[in-house]
Design a binder for this molecule. Structure first.
Ligand code: ARG
Length: 280
């Protein structure tokens, strides 16, 4: 655990686990039938609810993001808001840690996680093989995909029409990978890489580029916020977003997965998604 300086937040399911543990240790024979049932319950509960979680800064849950990717993250009144901000706050609360955000370039997030500067990346980040070499991912929390955004009336009507075009993407994203990967057969005139989704949209609006390839929800948010853009109906990829965690911190990954499962079961996750996801 050389990357993690501070100890420790103990994650417990709550007083329940503690009181059951106390019963399990009891030697009161008059209640032995009850006690063994409770002891079993204790074992089950402690398997996935009790773990020592270490974070970069004691008591904090530092999440890295690139807050120019609505509706997952954007800046409002100097605060990072959106789906990922709400998920981070909820995870922090459930883990007994204070959620603290670090806004950075998207392609700096995984290096910040692996070098132990931050605990996790929560950034509409797609799970893929290449990233899994360097980090672990939580259970996915939403489905997404890349789409093509063009000015209304563009002669680009499908992926084949990207040949010979000036394409804009956010640097280091799966959209960047898609248009850069020779296997997808796109022969762009040029690929311009921007540091945020919003900047990529602005470049399209000012005709610096002819088309963008970007995640579906930020695409909708950009198109809805500006006149004269449209999204082509066929998505190019099917992706899942998850939280990336250092390979050196399995306990944190497990605690996050347990909290996400609870958030799914009690409807919290769906409520967060419903609040922000942009309809067609
Ligand atoms: N889903 C894409 C990827 O993982 C883009 C994510 C960009 N996120 C952001 N917060 N800017 O590569």
């Amino acid at each position: 655990m050389k990357y993690f300086r501070a100890l420790t937040a103990v994650v417990l399911a709550g007083a329940m686990t503690l009181s059951l543990a106390a019963c399990g240790g009891s030697t009161d024979t008059a209640e032995s039938a009850d006690t063994s049932a409770e002891a079993e319950a204790t074992d089950e509960a402690s398997d996935d609810t009790e773990a020592v979680v270490t974070t970069v800064e004691e008591g904090q849950f530092i999440w890295g993001t690139n807050a120019s990717f609505p509706p997952y993250e954007s800046i409002d009144n100097n605060e990072v808001v959106g789906i990922d901000a709400d998920i981070a706050a909820e995870l922090g609360a459930r883990l007994g840690l204070e959620a603290v955000v670090e806004n950075m370039e998207f392609d700096a997030i995984i290096p910040a996680v692996t070098s132990g500067k931050i605990d996790v990346g929560i950034a509409g980040m797609t799970v893929n093989e290449e990233r899994l070499v360097n980090v672990n991912f939580s259970t996915p929390y939403v489905e997404a995909g890349q789409v093509i955004v063009v000015p209304e009336g563009s002669d680009i009507t499908s992926v084949e029409d990207l040949n010979g075009k000036i394409i804009g993407v956010q640097r280091g994203t799966t959209g960047d990978d898609y248009v850069s990967d020779a296997e997808n057969g796109i022969e762009a005139a040029e690929i311009q890489r921007f540091s945020s989704a919003v900047e990529t949209g602005q470049a399209l609006l000012s005709n610096k580029i002819e088309v963008i390839v970007i995640d579906n929800q930020p695409a909708k948010s950009i198109v809805n916020a500006n006149e004269g853009l449209e999204i082509l109906p066929e998505p190019l990829t099917s992706e899942q977003y998850a939280i990336c965690v250092s390979k050196d911190n399995e306990a944190l990954l497990d605690a996050i997965n347990a909290a996400l499962a609870d958030m799914e079961a009690d409807g919290t996750l769906q409520a967060i998604l419903d609040e922000y996801l942009v309809e067609d």
